[in-house]
Design a protein around this ligand. Structure first.
Ligand code: 3PG
Length: 209
């Protein structure tokens, strides 16, 4: 089983995906794969989210399909049953951290403060989402946490876009960044998969510079 840190190391940008229409799941995911974005975070924010995870996990062996917005142990079990390869939570609860320890996939818990980071570390998690990144202190906060907790690797998410993701990726404790900007709503609504690929391709290409 991959560890959370392995998932975060698979690529510089993790698209935060909201799927409203199940028919769009495959073309959308293929558009991202065409841009070499393999790690897909499908958020549990729509009624079809679990079906979308199940479909993508079955149909796209080259993708690493995970679930986002996993907020409790019950949802963690649901995404495991759907075939997710990782789970990301926006925050932590003792119950969720416990469930993640027993899970057959890596849970990447979300933290927004030093105390939450310490609770996650205590429970054995050192690959974390930093959420909501910009609102919770952004780059200065991540730099401050690198001193006492150099062993923690983050995927900051929330308020990150083309304008600032480089600055995040430059930090020693940031493995990748997450965001919805990689999957523009207008392009998805228009079924413009070429545009989705182009935005993702640019995000990946510019991350390397
Ligand atoms: C998330 O769930 O990770 C965030 O809603 C994504 O934040 P963004 O829309 O600001 O990228």
């Amino acid at each position: 089983m991959r560890q959370g840190v392995d998932i975060l190391a698979l690529g510089p940008v993790v698209p935060v995906i909201v799927i409203d229409d199940l028919e769009q799941a495959l073309p959308l995911a293929r558009a991202l794969l065409a841009a070499d974005v393999k790690v897909l975070e499908v958020t549990l924010r729509t009624p079809v989210a679990l079906d979308a995870i199940r479909l993508l996990a079955q149909e796209l062996p080259d993708a690493v399909v995970g679930a986002g917005t996993v907020a409790n142990a019950e949802q963690l079990q649901q995404v495991i049953d759907a075939g997710a390869q990782f789970a990301i939570s926006p925050g932590i609860t003792a119950d969720l951290l416990r469930a993640g320890q027993q899970a057959p996939l890596p849970l990447i818990p979300g933290v927004g403060s030093v105390s939450e980071l310490m609770q996650a570390l205590e429970a054995g998690y050192s690959a974390l989402k930093f959420f909501p990144a910009e609102a919770a202190g952004g780059i200065p906060m991540l730099k401050a946490m690198a001193g006492p907790f150099p062993q923690v690797k983050f995927c900051p998410t929330g308020g990150i876009g083309a304008h600032n993701y480089h600055d995040y990726l430059a930090l020693t404790n940031v493995s990748c960044v997450g965001g919805s900007w990689i999957v523009p709503t207008a392009a998805v609504n228009a079924n413009d998969w070429g545009a989705v690929t182009e935005v993702a391709r640019q995000a990946v290409a510019n991350a390397k510079r």
